[in-house]
Design a protein around this ligand. Sequence first.
Ligand code: GLA
Length: 473
Amino acid sequence: MPVLYDRLLKLKEMFNSKFGSIPKFYVRAPGRVNIIGEHIDYCGYSVLPMAVEQDVLIAVEPVKTYALQLANTNPLYPDFSTSANNIQIDKTKPLWHNYFLCGLKGIQEHFGLSNLTGMNCLVDGNIPPSSGLSSSSALVCCAGLVTLTVLGRNLSKVELAEICAKSERYIGTEGGGMDQSISFLAEEGTAKLIEFSPLRATDVKLPSGAVFVIANSCVEMNKAATSHFNIRVMECRLAAKIPFLCGGLQTGCWNSGVCHLCILFGELLAKYKSLQWDKVLRLEEVQAKLGISLEEMLLVTEDALHPEPYNPEEICRCLGISLEELRTQILSPNTQDVLIFKLYQRAKHVYSEAARVLQFKKICEEAPENMVQLLGELMNQSHMSCRDMYECSCPELDQLVDICRKFGAQGSRLTGAGWGGCTVSIVPADKLPSFLANVHKAYYQRSDGSLAPEKQSLFATKPGGGALVFLEA
Ligand code: GLA
């Protein structure tokens, strides 16, 4: 805690010189690294993240007016002020203060308040931005807890996580709830299996003989600034509907109706038809309603979806809707003009990744002798699936995971949304010093021989604690 204490003191001084007063309280919310379970939370499947030590820290002073004044210790993020009873979130630009406003608006709406008291806030973050370590959700969560504290109200951590997951969508991205859940529910010393509907977190004891290492590819990816992320969410949404309305299943039994699969498919089709397809939004709901295993869902996907991409016309034909209905009822504003939807590949990633999360947890519980190797294999498979089926990697991330494996990682994968950002690797504890030295040299050394200055780029991490309020520094 001495580092945090020093940061709090420094923040207090900066607050004083900015606003001419002393903060009344401080809130911290951590970033996270997702160990396994990528791009499946918004499909309803469990994920396995842990909080990192890096966080967002906010010094706060409630004021008697409606003025909300935000400042940031990082000069790259300009001051912002508005009236706390007229919160407008601009979806067109993911500006830093909009994430604060998301958290604030979520709490405001939860309590049905039209007027909020104002506040002065100084924000200090040390999570590398756009790196897949969830700096934006940490800010949303921190702002949610700040607002709750200013109001003098109480909510459980689960309620806070659910509110913040929902309110971050004001920024325009259709994220799941992983980042906000771990930011509130994390506990020092343990990773968590986060399950949804209902939201809950269970401890997962990581192997003592291994260390998790984060490496930044230094390719920045802000998921709110492009449509990559939302396209995947839409593809998963469509993959939950199409197989049963248009896929091979509709033609009935193609194996004379005698094999196990044909009988299974026939039953599934009947069941699925009794569901209201327009109500089925997530892949997990489809599986739960059909009552079959993830492995069976993979078989269904292979037979019922075709690997060739779907175009909007085919999708409309399958669903029996117009292009206009597809756009207004299913697609998000920033995916209206997408021409290609890879439903087969996305669904296969989701079901296989969901299964890997459960296997990872089981291995951690059973702790076999070769557990580090087994966990590493699952992480490697996860990366392959993200790269080939979900197409959310990039050449730099692929190169970085190769380097990490070459220098001793048992497994290495991209973490977070992808398309840039960080990797996470599982490294046997005795190999850590040589691993860090070699990876540093291999990935961060520039052509002139000097090392990239980013000291935050490659580091071992341990499961950290969740969001907190401090009353004084
Ligand atoms: C982002 C989202 C999460 C999750 C990950 C990918 O971090 O905010 O909800 O979907 O991407 O696993």
